[in-house]
Design a protein around this ligand. Structure first.
Ligand code: CTP
Ligand code: MG
Length: 176
C-alpha cells in the first residue's frame, strides 16, 4: 500500500480514539454531574488515585461514542479497514485505559488534576489504543512505520488545537 492510501486509512482507523478522547469533556459538561471513578480515594502517597478529572460518566460516554463512530465508519464503506465492529470498541477502551493510566501516573509524580504532562497528554491515549487493538485484532491493514510517525505528529497537533478550541468555547478551564 502506498503512503497516501495507508495514511488516509490510518486516520480513519484511529478516528474513534479521537472521539472517545474528546467526548467526556463535552458530555460531562452537558449532563452537569459527574462521579469520580476513584470515588475520592487516595493512594499510598496521600494523593488521589486518579483525581476528579476521571469520571464514570466520562468513561461511559467515551466507550459508547467511540464504538458508534466505528459503526458509522463501517456503514460508510469502512475507510479505516476495521475487521470487526469490535475493533473500534477496543480502540475506545484502549483510549480510556491510556487516559486513566496517564492520570494515575500524573498523580503519582505529584501533578494535580488538569496539570499538563507533555507527550503523555497528547499521545498516551493513542499509543495504548493502538497497542491494545494490535494485541486483540492484530496488525492493522494500514501499518507502515512512516505512517505511524505521521499519525503521531498529526495527533499531537490535533490535540493541541482542539484543546485550545475547547478552552475558547469554555468547555475546558485550561487551554491544554
Ligand atoms: N473527563 C471525564 N472522565 C474521563 C476523562 C475525562 O469526566 N474518563 C472529563 C473531565 O471533566 C476532565 C476533562 O474531561 O476534566 C478533560 O479530560 P483530561 O484532560 O483527560 O482530564 P484533566 O482534567 O486534565 O485531568 P488529568 O490531570 O487527570 O489528566
Ligand atoms: Mg488534561
Amino acid at each position: 500500500m502506498g503512503f497516501a492510501e495507508a495514511f488516509v486509512m490510518a486516520v480513519a482507523y484511529v478516528f474513534p480514539t479521537y472521539v472517545a478522547n474528546g467526548a467526556p469533556v463535552v458530555f460531562v459538561k452537558i449532563i452537569e454531574r459527574s462521579t469520580p471513578l476513584d470515588r475520592g480515594a487516595v493512594a499510598w502517597d496521600g494523593r488521589r488515585v486518579l483525581g476528579d478529572g476521571k469520571t464514570v460518566e466520562g468513561l461511559l460516554s467515551a466507550l459508547v461514542s467511540g464504538f458508534l463512530t466505528g459503526v458509522l465508519l463501517i456503514l460508510a464503506g469502512n475507510p479505516g479497514g476495521f475487521r470487526t465492529p469490535l475493533e473500534p470498541l477496543t480502540l475506545s477502551a484502549g483510549t480510556m485505559l491510556g487516559d486513566l493510566a496517564g492520570s494515575f501516573f500524573k498523580r503519582r509524580i505529584g501533578l494535580e488534576r488538569g496539570k499538563s504532562a507533555p507527550i503523555l497528554d497528547q499521545l498516551g491515549f493513542l499509543l495504548t489504543a493502538l497497542l491494545l487493538a494490535y494485541l486483540i485484532h492484530g496488525v492493522p491493514r494500514w501499518f507502515r512505520f512512516d505512517v505511524l510517525l505521521c499519525l503521531l505528529a498529526l495527533t499531537g497537533g490535533l490535540h493541541v488545537t482542539t484543546n485550545a478550541l475547547a478552552y475558547i468555547l469554555k468547555l475546558k478551564d485550561k487551554p491544554y
